[in-house]
Every structure is written in C-alpha cells, then in structure tokens.
Design a protein around this ligand. Structure first.
Ligand code: SF4
Length: 117
C-alpha cells in the first residue's frame, strides 16, 4: 500500500514538472526557428537588393558574415536590428524600414544596422 502511494505521488510530481517545462521548450524551439537563416525568399514579396537602390547605397548583404564594411560588428544582423519589422516576417524575411519596406533576410546586414533595445 505504501509503495503504491509513493509511485502515484512520484508520477504526479513528474507530470507537474513536465507540464511546467513544456512551454519553455516550445518557446525555445520557436525562438530558434525565428533565428534560422531562410533557405529561400518568400514568394510575391518585394526584396531589397544588394546591387540596386538603397540596398546598394547601404551596402546590404544577404549574409552578415560577408559584410566588408568597417562598420560591421560580429553578431549584428537584420534579425536583431530595430528596423526589421518582425511582426510582418515571412519565412525568415521581413520588411525593413530603411529599405523602403522591401523584405530583407534575417541573416542580412547593412550599414544602417541599429540594435533593438
Ligand atoms: S537597417 Fe537593419 S534590418 Fe534593414 S537591412 Fe540594415 S541591418 Fe537589415
């Protein structure tokens, strides 16, 4: 009888602990997905170009690690920039205020980078 109560108590402790940790795992997984570099651009969206318009002027690159500007600081990228409109994100891309609301990849970078606060 005592052993049965102990097992039931252990089970409920485990269930409560598991229920408490699931939201954290879900949040971490979602956060990781948001940070992943997109493999393809979203269809039907106007994209900023590294070779034309504001993209060229601001030395926009699709992969921040390839930035040649002395302004680039390791770790900075569109996904952590205050001009990246994450509320309208689509497949790892989002419109950028500095690019006339054209879509930029979350792994990109340009000389107007400003960290979110
Ligand atoms: S302003 Fe920010 S979000 Fe826009 S292209 Fe430059 S680094 Fe990326």
């Amino acid at each position: 009888m005592e052993k049965s109560n102990l097992s039931r108590r252990s089970f409920f402790k485990f269930a409560v602990a598991a229920a408490a940790i699931v939201p954290f795992i879900a949040k971490a997984t979602k956060s990781f997905a948001a940070d992943a570099c997109p493999a393809t651009a979203p269809a039907g969206k106007a994209l900023a170009s590294p070779t034309e318009g504001m993209g060229k002027t601001l030395q926009y690159v699709l992969d921040a690690k390839t930035a040649k500007s002395p302004k680039y600081k390791a770790g900075s990228k569109c996904g952590s920039c205050k001009f990246y409109n994450v509320a309208k994100a689509d497949g790892g891309y989002a419109p950028c205020t500095m690019m006339g609301m054209k879509y930029v990849t979350n792994c990109g970078w340009c000389t107007s980078f400003a960290a979110k606060v």
